[in-house]
Design a protein around this ligand. Structure first.
Ligand code: PRP
Ligand code: URA
Length: 216
């Protein structure tokens, strides 16, 4: 992937944990733990360009100059599967606001259907970080970013665990101004010819929402 806006981690910890996440034998409890842990690692990578400002700190030895995050950050998990990524990010940036957005994919058309949005009238944060483990056709991510831009969000990042080439292409075409952080890029989306329903990431990990919440 030579789009400089698409960042795919090659961190060994992410590769290791992502492999466990994919494993069909990984139970929901472990799956949720892995989502949280990978989210922490991706948070580290996705926040490298956040602005800081100097502040003063008193150590046991003397007063010195330190730094604090300058911008207000909003975490935007796409329901349901994005929920599991919130905790890891929030641990790293406790003052972040969390704005839930609900989309589900219509099983037949694969188009995202919006069902939850309680964003206030105008933006309350300077950086929005959209969280969703799966970037498949890209429909949900594109619609979520559309919504955030309409809201007035100035800086938006997308963070996911696995992206399909189709979804990455769709998101970068629709929103070339956002940075995308992923744990891996997989081969393709499934079609009617595959044993799994069409529109899933191959090899992927299956249904991220069902695997987290035990509803599969
Ligand atoms: C999954 C996933 C994304 C979406 C990705 O959610 O969490 O939101 O599919 O697919 P797309 O890139 O083709 O839009 P799903 O619709 O299964 O809802 P859920 O998280 O509530 O299970
Ligand atoms: N949503 C999922 O949860 N998994 C996929 O592979 C595609 C969409």
């Amino acid at each position: 992937m030579n789009n400089p806006r698409v960042h795919v981690s090659n961190h060994p910890l992410i590769r290791h944990k992502l492999t466990k996440l994919r494993d069909i034998n990984t139970e929901p409890k472990k799956f949720r733990e892995l989502i949280r842990e990978i989210a922490i690692l991706l948070a580290y990578e996705a926040t490298a360009d956040l602005a800081v400002e100097e502040n003063t700190v008193v150590t046991p030895l003397q007063e010195t100059t330190g730094y604090r995050l300058k911008e207000k950050i909003g975490l935007v998990p796409i329901l349901r599967a994005g929920l599991g990524m919130v905790e890891g990010f929030w641990e790293m940036m406790p003052p972040a606001e969390v704005w839930h957005i609900g989309f589900y994919r219509d099983e037949r058309t694969l188009k995202p259907v919006a069902y939850y949005n309680r964003l206030p009238v105008s933006p309350t944060v300077e950086v929005c970080v959209v969280l969703d483990p799966m970037l498949a056709t890209g429909g949900s991510a594109v619609e979520c970013v559309n919504l955030l831009k309409k809201w007035g969000a100035q800086r938006i990042k997308f963070v996911g665990m696995i992206g399909a080439p189709e979804g990455i292409a769709k998101l970068t075409e629709a929103h070339p101004d956002i940075d995308i952080f992923l744990g891996a890029i997989d081969e393709r989306l499934t079609t009617e010819e595959d044993a799994f329903p069409a529109g899933y990431i191959m090899p992927g990990l299956g249904d991220a929402g069902d695997r987290q919440f035990g509803t599969g």
